[in-house]
Write a protein that binds this ligand. Structure first.
Ligand SMILES: Cc1cc2nc3c(=O)[nH]c(=O)nc-3n(C[C@H](O)[C@H](O)[C@H](O)COP(=O)(O)OP(=O)(O)OC[C@H]3O[C@@H](n4cnc5c(N)ncnc54)[C@H](O)[C@@H]3O)c2cc1C
Length: 492
């Protein structure tokens, strides 16, 4: 039996990698295993939502994704008569002082995973590929995890981020409630092709639903192809099958497919768990919820599960009460339930015009809130409430160099903003940031144009505590109230 590690993360998809990164950057002993022999090379998720970029920015990996991905890719709908209608699906969504990213970043999922793996390696953690978890027991103060090759690991906690067919979930006996819709099937692939431009996401709608889609994947030379098939169609996912479907939609020879780097058959599964935690084992990402890829939510929801769980698990491992882990389910299960509803509506071939615009805004995930949850005391104030996402704001330092609030939040710490007041020092894991409205040389951030004030609507001398995952923890004018909040949350 090996040494006891703090956390074993099972599954090195985007969820597991983010969870491992959150723990590693807090100095915990973490191992991450994946049953695959090597990193997955298929695109699958190709949209990183603005809120996820903020989470990845806190880890320090958003910059490299933004540098190689693409925010603007108009969709070109091809009509039966050869007409083309070009639409910007994110029309009107532009960055603001409070929201540095407003559009979905197109980039293949494998690039996101690659960036996270490199980040993890910087913390001395390498993914252990070729390790398949087959067994799980919790004999007492730790979990014993067995692998297919007979090896074993002891961990104080385990995160099951092993995808929709999660072994960890099965070993825990947690039900995956919902349904599989055999009528909704697609063939999916990443292919190289010629005959079509890379400046549009090309869609050929089919009457009655189910469109052929060819999306150029930024930071690669491939397209992701999504081809609808009938429930009775047993064609295998081969390059020849895709060519047949493309020819049927576009005419023979219009687009020639070359080699494929990933070929897959997909069917609609809409399922989620009712429990995110069993003892010392926690579920995250697709292991806890699966749904339609329409709207690009899955990878994003998993990454944000991991950001929510990461700081809490680290806090518990360094002294906070284990009950803090129950707030993970309390906060994230309602988000997953809402995502299942949102993506189901997005799959509807005949969307409700009354909800379509709101749904599109919801897909960017900037409105996700934990208001009313166990870590969000109710307040009756203007501006964002506890539980809401903490907005950004650009300002400058006393030496005139630009600085944003998100620059001050980047990292594993809590952030305590003091509006025209010096926040109290509350320990090494709380960064105090004084925001002044005028440059009198005393502020960490000078709110030159009033962006921070507009975003937060603070009362005179107000303190705003921001959690490590970028949500507001508490707002108060008395330092004692902030101390009490931290004491109740972290037990210190
Ligand atoms: C066509 C398509 C388009 C999509 N588009 C988007 C999009 O635009 N945006 C978006 O957010 N999402 C999208 N998604 C969804 C997204 O791909 C998933 O939600 C995401 O991969 C989930 O990440 P995860 O880390 O939770 O699980 P996974 O990525 O499934 O990773 C789980 C890992 O666990 C490993 N594993 C499994 N069992 C074991 C075991 N017993 N032991 C050890 N390791 C194990 C697997 O090998 C795998 O690497 C799309 C999906 C598809 C199919």
């Amino acid at each position: 039996m090996t040494d006891l590690v703090d956390v074993l993360v099972v599954g090195a998809g985007p969820t597991g990698l983010t969870a491992a990164a959150e723990l590693a950057r807090r100095g915990l002993r973490v191992r991450i295993v994946d049953r695959a022999a090597a990193p997955f090379t298929g695109s699958r998720g190709k949209g990183v939502q603005p809120r996820t970029l903020e989470v990845l920015d806190s880890l320090g990996v958003a910059g490299r994704l933004v540098a190689t991905g693409r925010f603007r890719l108009p969709v070109c709908f091809h009509g039966a008569d050869g007409d083309r209608t070009v639409v910007d699906l994110s029309d009107g969504a532009e960055p603001t002082p409070a929201n540095p990213w407003a559009r979905t970043l197109l980039i293949p999922q494998w690039r996101v995973e690659q960036a996270l793996r490199e980040h993890l390696r910087g913390h001395g953690v390498a993914v252990e590929f070729g390790r398949c978890v087959t067994d799980l027991t919790e004999p007492g103060e730790h979990v014993e995890v067995g692998f297919a090759d007979g090896a074993a690991v002891r961990a104080r906690y385990v995160i099951g981020a092993d995808g929709g067919a999660s072994t960890v979930r099965r070993l825990l006996g947690v039900a995956f409630l919902g349904h599989t819709d055999e009528a909704h099937r697609m063939l999916l692939a990443d292919v190289r092709l010629d005959g079509i431009d890379r400046d549009h996401w090309h869609i050929w709608p089919r009457p009655g639903g189910g469109s052929l889609a060819l999306c150029p994947l930024p930071a690669s030379d491939s397209f992701q192809i999504q081809a609808p098939i009938e429930a009775t169609d047993t064609r295998p996912a081969t390059l020849a099958s895709f060519q047949e479907i493309v020819d049927a939609f576009l005419g023979v020879g219009a687009v020639r497919l070359h080699e494929a780097s990933w070929l897959s058959t997909w069917r609609l599964n809409v399922r989620m768990v009712q429990r995110y935690r069993v003892g010392r084992v926690l579920l995250a990402g697709d292991a806890a919820h699966v749904h339609s890829p329409a709207g690009g939510q899955g990878m994003n929801t998993g990454i944000q599960d991991a950001a929510n769980l990461g700081w809490k698990l680290a806090a518990v491992l360094t002294g906070a009460a284990p009950a803090l882990l129950d707030t993970y389910q309390a906060e994230r299960l309602p988000v997953a339930a809402a995502v299942l509803g949102l993506t189901t509506r997005a799959t509807d071939p005949d969307p409700d015009p009354d909800t379509e615009a709101a749904d599109r805004a919801e897909m960017r995930q900037l409105g996700i809130t934990y208001r009313g949850g166990p870590l969000a005391p109710a307040v009756d104030l203007a501006g964002p409430h506890p539980g809401d996402r903490a907005p950004d704001a650009p300002g400058h330092r006393p030496d005139a160099t630009p600085v944003r609030l998100f620059d001050r939040q980047r990292g594993p710490h809590w952030t305590l903003y003091g509006f025209d007041t010096t926040p109290p020092a509350l320990g090494p894991d709380v960064r105090s940031v004084r925001i002044t409205s005028r440059d009198n040389g005393s502020g960490d951030v000078v709110d030159t144009h009033g962006h921070a004030r507009r975003a937060y609507a603070p009362r005179p001398g107000e303190l705003v505590l921001v959690r490590p995952d970028g949500h507001i923890g508490a707002r108060a004018t008395a330092a004692a109230d902030i101390r009490d909040y931290l004491h109740a949350t972290l037990g210190r």
